[in-house]
Design a protein around this ligand. Structure first.
Ligand SMILES: NC(=O)c1ccc[n+]([C@@H]2O[C@H](COP(=O)([O-])OP(=O)(O)OC[C@H]3O[C@@H](n4cnc5c(N)ncnc54)[C@H](O)[C@@H]3O)[C@@H](O)[C@H]2O)c1
Length: 322
């Protein structure tokens, strides 16, 4: 059965997903929706699809089996609401929003309707994360340290606190989500954010450019996740490391390093997690079997709660319980 797909968003990641979708069997990208019809038509032409400047108009014109949402974090709300009302399953890129209010009300509607959703926490689908999950089985984790150290993305919305939520909510959310996925739920955060460099280098920067967050987990595990976007483009460090009495499990998107019990082993990353997450979502749309979806709206909402609590903690200068 061929699935008819719609795309909301005409930017970088909408195109990444669209390129993968058009390469899949029995999947057809029928329509693209952007902030304006012209922009949407320009992208749609490339995929032999139709372009729209309004989601409802796109949904009126086509019988879509699912929709992908790839828009900046501050835009979420009306798009999802329209899809929920029409009962159309959606895949949405992380994060779910810039605060918890709108996603909380969307989640309520999603749960009441039982709508199928999936969220783009792609690291969960990575082969070396599956290996890490296996290696952690039976381990008593001591502590976990993670980071997203990089440069500031070019998109103007990204440096605007209101539109992106800031680096911890927008980007480092991937690391917080992996922490939750592999080590369990977070019960308390204490964050310190700072603005050191970027507001002097670029105009319109209202996001913090350095931050460090201490996290307490329900299991008693203590974790720390730091981020910065002050680095020049050519250097960066993204990852999550697990420490215990057997040694170290050090993950980054390229490889997993196991240094335990006197041995050192490296596992390279293989496969494309963006393909795997889409395949799991589309399989669920086709068959109703949701077991391959590793992050749905309800789960991603828990990650959003942690990152938003970190922002609250940094603003109030106090620890925040979840
Ligand atoms: N999972 C990942 O690895 C990954 C990587 C990159 C981006 N992302 C996420 O994807 C999302 C989009 O990022 P991007 O890099 O594509 O940004 P972008 O700036 O390149 O594109 C955003 C697009 O959204 C469109 N848009 C804004 N408001 C809209 C609306 N109301 N209706 C329809 N379209 C609207 C804009 O016109 C633009 O085309 C972000 O949430 C980002 O975090 C995820």
């Amino acid at each position: 059965m061929t699935l008819n797909i719609g795309m909301v968003g005409t930017g970088w990641f909408a195109k990444v997903h669209a390129d993968l979708l058009v390469g899949m069997k029995e999947v057809k990208l029928l329509a693209v929706c952007g902030t304006g019809k012209d922009k949407a038509e320009e992208m749609a032409r490339h995929y032999a699809a139709k372009g729209y400047g309004d989601v409802a108009e796109m949904l009126d014109a086509h019988k879509l089996d699912a929709v992908y949402i790839c828009v900046p974090p501050g835009v979420h709300g009306a798009i999802e609401r329209t899809l929920i009302r029409r009962g159309i399953p959606f895949f949405v890129e992380k994060p779910l929003g810039v605060s918890t209010e709108i996603p909380a009300s969307l989640l309520q509607d999603i749960e009441e309707s039982g709508l199928l959703t999936s969220v783009g926490y792609h690291f969960r689908y990575q082969e070396n994360v599956k290996r890490l999950q296996e290696l952690l089985k039976g381990d008593k984790i001591g502590m976990v340290v993670g980071q997203w150290m990089g440069s500031m993305p070019e998109a103007a919305w990204w440096r605007d606190q209101e539109r992106s939520g800031g680096q911890f909510i927008e980007q480092t959310t991937h690391i917080v989500d992996l922490l939750r996925y592999l080590a369990g739920d977070v019960t308390e955060v204490y964050a310190m954010f700072g603005s050191r460099v970027m507001h002097e280098k670029r105009s319109g920067v209202s996001v913090a450019d350095v931050g460090t967050v201490s996290l307490k987990l329900a299991s008693g595990i203590v974790a720390s996740i730091s981020n910065t976007c002050v680095l020049p483009g050519e250097v960066g460090k993204v990852g999550l490391s697990f420490y215990n009495d057997r040694g170290l499990l050090d993950w980054n998107p390229q490889r997993l390093l196991e240094v335990r019990d006197g041995n050192s082993t490296e596992y390279a990353s293989s496969g494309n997690p963006y393909v795997s997450e889409s395949e799991a979502f589309l399989h669920a749309v086709r068959t109703g079997d949701r077991s391959g979806i590793l992050s749905d709206y309800a789960d991603a909402y828990k990650t959003l709660k942690v990152t938003c609590a970190a922002l609250e903690s940094a603003r109030k200068e106090v620890p925040v319980k979840l």
